[in-house]
Design a protein around this ligand. Sequence first.
Ligand code: ZN
Length: 284
Amino acid sequence: MIQSVAPGVFVETAHLGSNNAIVSTTDGVVLVDAPHRPTDAVAWRATAEKFGEIRYLIHTDHHIDHTMGNYYLPGLVVGQDRTRDGLVNHFPEPGYIDDLIRIIDPEGVPLMAGHKPRLPDITFTDEMDLYVGTTRLRLISLSGHTPNTIGVLLPDEGIFFSGDNVCAASLPSFQEAYVDEWLRTLDRISELDFDVLVPGHGDLTNKAFVATFKAQMQEVVGQVAAARSAGSSREEAAENIRYEDNIHGATPDWSVGYPDDILEMLQVRSICQIYDQIEAGTLA
Ligand SMILES: [Zn+2]
């Protein structure tokens, strides 16, 4: 169900995949992240265009659950420069995506003919301001969940879109994370001026939740550190430590999630990534 966050700002938290936002301005529409499922993306375009022409589509990272639906959406694509690099050089093979869509969106399979992600038309490295009509959007590079994860601040409305640096559904994947930078990024997010936090996945929340999320992260990091201290190898830690995944797995909102082998792969890669960073000394 689409929720109204402020006048002209709407968020859909019930898509399988990322949260998707519509920012309706006096001069067209800005979208934050694209639906994962092709059928959701096509419907989302129709919903957004009721508010006017779609001018910009901002991606908070390069992962397919935030980007692949951009094929079905118009507007200039905006992202951090490494998001463009990720879409060019590290986009999953078509076979992987086709197999996944067959499971999570069977009706969307015909829409996959010719699918390829649209690349960012506009990129930035650290920060940029986007002025659309009378709306100001501040895009801030915030390394953490990925090196190229960004936050989008609407300073005048007091709304912050955190991307997957903060998720209310559960912890996201750590497979491309820089965990020490992520923890620092959470402190930086807490210092920004906003009231409503739109997480990468899950229900709308507020700034106080950032500390809760940080504690959830530290709990898993602590488990990996303890296993390593007790002599577990990387592989043993990755086999034994698990955290809840309500982002890719089935939930009350979507009865069909990612298949078990992919859920398992994401967990293994996440635990390995944390273990490696502890071993390299970049993480206490
Ligand atoms: Zn995500």
